[in-house]
Design a protein around this ligand. Structure first.
Ligand code: ZN
Length: 189
């Protein structure tokens, strides 16, 4: 009987991952427009301490990023991976494990399902990792992040001012903060 209970718990466990979804440009690093070089990548102040706190609260961290610069021919997918691997390494050095990174290489006219505000990448993440969207958060710097999150069943959304200019009055975000650093005071469990 007891082993049956344990088996059920183990079966349910992967389905209950709570996750903080992060947009990349403007949330993790300063927005420079079609960033594709490591030397242009500057972490926003407080990213590491915020992520360490999310981790201590047993959240997974997943990055969800539109990278239309690939479709536009501004940089290649391998350029993206170089920057991405470097970024993941910097997180690792701070003791932070990023569970996964999803990126959309398409442009606005490609008609894909993954480019935010479409929720495709969030659904991919949910399916791949068994994420419980009702216990998850999205932190982004544009309204498209908020729309994608809501469409994927994430109600807890944070719009940050550290990237693109925001339209606070017309935002559907649950919270509006200066940067990810302040998310530590909002996300407590
Ligand atoms: Zn796409």
């Amino acid at each position: 009987m007891l082993s049956l209970v344990f088996k059920s718990i183990i079966r349910i466990w992967p389905m209950s991952l709570k996750t903080i979804f992060l947009d990349r440009d403007g949330v993790i690093n300063h927005e420079v427009g079609y960033l594709h070089k490591i030397e242009d990548f500057q972490f926003i102040n407080g990213v590491f301490e915020a992520c360490l706190q999310f981790q201590s609260l047993n959240f997974q961290i997943v990055v969800i990023s539109n990278q239309s610069g690939i479709s536009r021919g501004y940089y290649s997918e391998s350029d993206f991976h170089k920057v991405n691997n470097w970024m993941l390494d910097q997180f690792k050095r701070q003791g932070i494990n990023i569970l996964d990174v999803f990126f959309c290489p398409h442009g606005p006219k490609d008609g894909c399902d993954c480019r935010k505000p479409k929720p495709g990448m969030l659904f991919q993440a949910k399916q791949k990792h068994g994420i419980d969207m009702s216990r998850s958060w999205m932190i982004g710097d544009t309204e498209t992040d908020m729309i994608a999150a809501n469409a994927a069943g994430i109600n807890d959304t944070i719009l940050v001012r550290s990237g693109h200019d925001i339209d606070a009055k017309n935002s559907s975000a649950k919270y509006i903060l200066n940067s990810i650093k302040e998310a530590q005071s909002i996300i407590s469990h």
